[in-house]
Design a protein around this ligand. Structure first.
Ligand SMILES: Cc1cc2nc3c(=O)[nH]c(=O)nc-3n(C[C@H](O)[C@H](O)[C@H](O)COP(=O)(O)O)c2cc1C
Length: 182
């Protein structure tokens, strides 16, 4: 199973990147091949809706990596009760051609104590609109915990999330090939 983990922050010392590394490690331990995409390293131009932008080298690289993966894990910071602008920009380059029938799992990273539920719900809507199956299980982490190291409970939640992805994603792809999502 080829998994892609998307780190949706461009911060140079990002806690979201740390969360993405934990997710990548958990997926590898569950048996997946993992491609970790860091938006801070990709340097995507701001999407203005023109198709010519799809020929831009960085855009092509991102879209190819996204398409190659059989399941995605999107990891985003919460910015004002939603996901980051960098994340939205990257996702706007994708269409159902790249995500149809694939599993997308979500992780939100917050500074505060309220949890990332708004970010997770907003991302769920975007993934659904591109024909992806969004995993019901999701994870909310604090940036402090991401930097200091995950608690045993969250490490276990992440382990279970990764195991679900590896178990379910290939089956969803098989089913979706027979009956494409409208
Ligand atoms: C513009 C901005 C808005 C933020 N809004 C929220 C918020 O609504 N709720 C929250 O819990 N944390 C909020 N935070 C804190 C970030 O979610 C948190 O620090 C996050 O982990 C940052 O990720 P990074 O380390 O990759 O930059 C905000 C931070 C910024 C810069």
């Amino acid at each position: 199973m080829r998994g892609l983990v998307l780190s949706g922050s461009v911060h140079p010392t990002s806690s979201v990147r740390k969360a993405a590394e934990y997710a990548a490690e958990a997926l590898r331990e569950a048996g997946a091949e993992v491609d970790l995409v860091d938006l801070g390293e990709l340097g995507l131009p701001l999407h203005d809706g023109r198709v010519e932008q799809l020929h831009h080298a960085e855009v092509l690289a991102w879209v190819t990596r996204a398409q190659r993966a059989e399941a995605h894990v999107w990891v985003s910071p919460e910015f004002h009760s939603s996901f980051s602008g960098a994340m939205k920009n990257a996702l706007d380059y994708l269409w159902s051609d790249h995500l149809q029938g694939k599993l997308v799992a979500l992780i939100g990273v917050v500074g505060g104590a309220m949890g990332a539920v708004n970010t997770l719900n907003a991302l769920r809507l975007v993934a659904r609109s591109m024909g992806a199956w969004v995993l019901p299980s999701q994870l909310s982490l604090t940036s402090a915990e991401c930097k200091q190291g995950l608690s045993d409970d969250n490490r276990e939640r992440l382990r279970r999330l990764a195991a679900e992805i590896v178990r379910i994603a290939p089956r969803l792809l098989e089913v979706s090939e027979q009956s494409p999502v409208e």
